[in-house]
Design a protein around this ligand. Sequence first.
Ligand SMILES: NC(=O)c1ccc[n+]([C@@H]2O[C@H](COP(=O)([O-])OP(=O)(O)OC[C@H]3O[C@@H](n4cnc5c(N)ncnc54)[C@H](O)[C@@H]3O)[C@@H](O)[C@H]2O)c1
Length: 353
Amino acid sequence: MRIIVTGGAGFIGSAVCRYLIRETDAQVVNVDKLTYAGNLDSLREIADEPRYRFVRADICDRSAINAVLAEVRPHAIMHLAAESHVDRSIAGAAAFIETNVVGSFTLLEAGRDYWLAMNDRDRDRFRFLHVSTDEVYGSLGPTGLFSETTPYDPSSPYSASKAASDHLATAWHRTYGFPVIISNCSNNYGPYHFPEKLIPLVILNALEGKSLPVYGDGSNVRDWLYVGDHARALHLILTNGRPGDKYNVGGRNERSNLAVVRTICAMLDHIDPAGAPRERLVTHVPDRPGHDRRYAIDASKVEAELGWRAQESFETGLEKTIRWYLQNDWWWRPLRERVYAGQRLGLVAGQRG
Ligand SMILES: NC(=O)c1ccc[n+]([C@@H]2O[C@H](COP(=O)([O-])OP(=O)(O)OC[C@H]3O[C@@H](n4cnc5c(N)ncnc54)[C@H](O)[C@@H]3O)[C@@H](O)[C@H]2O)c1
């Protein structure tokens, strides 16, 4: 199977490329623009594999995408390229509209033209997996879960742009019969996670004895999934999911942000008692504007229909992640020095970081 993975130099996309090369016999072409979030170092362990290839291209560039499709002749596209950080979307939404909405539209159109020109057998087998987020559903109260039929109610420029692209993907299936499948996943964490996101930021700041910023009172809840479990789910959905269907993916690991930070501190104190107690570094900072209170995924459809289940608990996955950051400063140190040094992003006028 030849698969194009868009956004394969990002956090989840690189986990998908590594998974496909290690665990399947697929040929993988990673199509990525290499924005600040794209990093070919995350693909170092598969870079020399004959079944893996990287092509630098922007998904908004129709002629570049047409050329890749004509040359690769994929059996499937896994679409992960996106602007993905909520705080950056608050600071400047334009790139989110461009990549997440216009880029997804461009890819759907290019993919559809390519699919229409295939022979009957290949056309029947072709799949377009549109990878999305649970943030499109908005915010939950203290109880309840997001299911595949929960109405969309996005709060941030990021989640609104992802919701728009999900609607386009659904429409391309309903109107044109284009074999789209959509996945909506909860917050991921794991190795190769860009150091501006909560978990890697807290691990690295705690290691360096720096303050650990917690938005507001830290009671906002996320449902955490280890990135390797997500990559496995995406491959299953691609190969066994039904075109036109949606699948929610989550780890049944709800934690408040403050609980996440405290667990990281406790694990690091255990591994390296010299810096203990790291909880003294916790600093409450102004909340994110429009901060959703709680996300939680009902993953029963992907579990029952496709036999997927998260293999990592939050504690096992977090410990693996912490140990990975401890052993791989070659990966994160240049990012901390050159791309993102820990400054607060995404405050609106009148707020102070
Ligand atoms: N991170 C999460 O917790 C999470 C959870 C659920 C769903 N998702 C979704 O999964 C996908 C991947 O998320 P991630 O966390 O790996 O993001 P990321 O920001 O780490 O990576 C995004 C990748 O897309 C590339 N890219 C950006 N704009 C592009 C363009 N115009 N053309 C080509 N490539 C471009 C970047 O260079 C980068 O390599 C996104 O669609 C995101 O919405 C993420």
